[in-house]
Write a protein that binds this ligand. Structure first.
Ligand SMILES: O=C(O)c1cc(=O)[nH]c(=O)n1[C@@H]1O[C@H](COP(=O)(O)O)[C@@H](O)[C@H]1O
Length: 281
């Protein structure tokens, strides 16, 4: 089955279900809080309970691969089920792996995460441009071939990010903005939205190097992690992104997961976040 381009699927999913993205990150501390052991059985119970509760309700889920890889191949097998069951429940799966390498290795990563023949195939994947945005071309090609999406790290939510991302390039623009300029070109002319997105924290400064929300006026999706547990709010999303907020999926992991294991409490957390994010300023 050939999928429609990711950008179009992203727009439709947000319109139908709301902008909020749930991160499925089975931290050891959360397993403990839920009364589960920090082992593969606990991981599986936790992750699939979250999928059952939220995947039929929210537009995007974002499992972070590290929390599954921690348990080796059996943990990765749980991740495969999280991906498959979330997609079956109608959520887009953004697999958070932050990959990026020289082109020939990026090619193998792209096949692992975007080729529908792979057991780990997702709708979209997070990638790092630190080896140069051009090193991500195999991901771009695979996304175009398979209707997949990319989210490229630009201005991340962590306090250490600006050391690299605000550094000024030869063209005088910050590194993070150079990444956004590449995305502007990749998405040029796509309707209703391109498939090549940016990662910009819901915690970043509203103005960087004298430029405000206009830096995010590009024709692609934006993932905004840091909502909730890292302090980002709906007001921050509106302040940082301005009109581009219409294409932003703010994500939170711990804020929703801490509401579990009661499925209704997790669903309430998702509904609350979507209500806050949809309310006009
Ligand atoms: O790419 C990401 O998802 C990401 C980028 C970023 O700038 N900051 C960030 O926190 N993340 C991820 O978003 C999630 C945040 O989790 P919470 O702080 O529990 O909501 C984790 O999976 C992080 O790895």
């Amino acid at each position: 089955m050939t999928l429609a381009p990711f950008g179009a699927r992203f727009v439709a999913a947000l319109a139908e279900r709301g902008p909020f993205c749930v991160g499925i990150d089975p931290h050891a501390a959360l397993l403990h809080d839920w009364g589960l052991d920090d082992d593969v059985a606990g991981l599986e119970r936790f992750a699939l309970a979250v999928v059952d509760a939220v995947a039929p309700l929210c537009a995007v889920v974002k499992p972070q691969s590290a929390f599954y890889e921690r348990f080796g191949s059996r943990g990765v097998a749980v991740l495969e089920r999280v991906i498959e069951q979330s997609r079956a429940a109608g959520a887009l799966v953004l697999l958070d792996v932050k990959r990026g390498d020289i082109g020939s290795t990026s090619q193998a990563y792209a096949e692992a995460y975007l080729d529908p023949a792979s057991p780990l195939a997702a709708d979209a994947v997070t990638v790092s441009p630190y080896l140069g945005v051009g090193s991500l071309d195999p991901f771009v090609d695979a996304a175009r071939r398979h209707g997949g999406g990319l989210f490229v790290l630009a201005h991340t939510s962590n306090k250490e990010g600006p050391e690299v991302q605000h550094a000024v390039t030869d063209t005088g623009e910050p590194v993070g903005d150079r990444v956004l300029a590449h995305l502007r070109r990749l998405n040029d002319g796509a309707e209703p939205l391109g498939s090549f997105g940016a990662v910009v924290g819901a915690t970043v400064a509203a103005e960087i190097a004298g430029v405000g929300p206009e830096r995010y006026a590009f024709n692609g999706p934006i993932l905004a992690p840091g909502y909730g547990a890292q302090g980002g709010t709906a007001a921050d999303v509106r302040r940082i992104f301005g009109p581009a907020a219409a294409h932003v999926t703010p994500s939170s992991s711990r804020q929703v997961l801490r509401a579990g294991p009661d499925p209704e409490a997790m669903r309430d957390a998702v509904r609350r976040a979507n209500d806050e994010l949809r309310t006009p300023a």
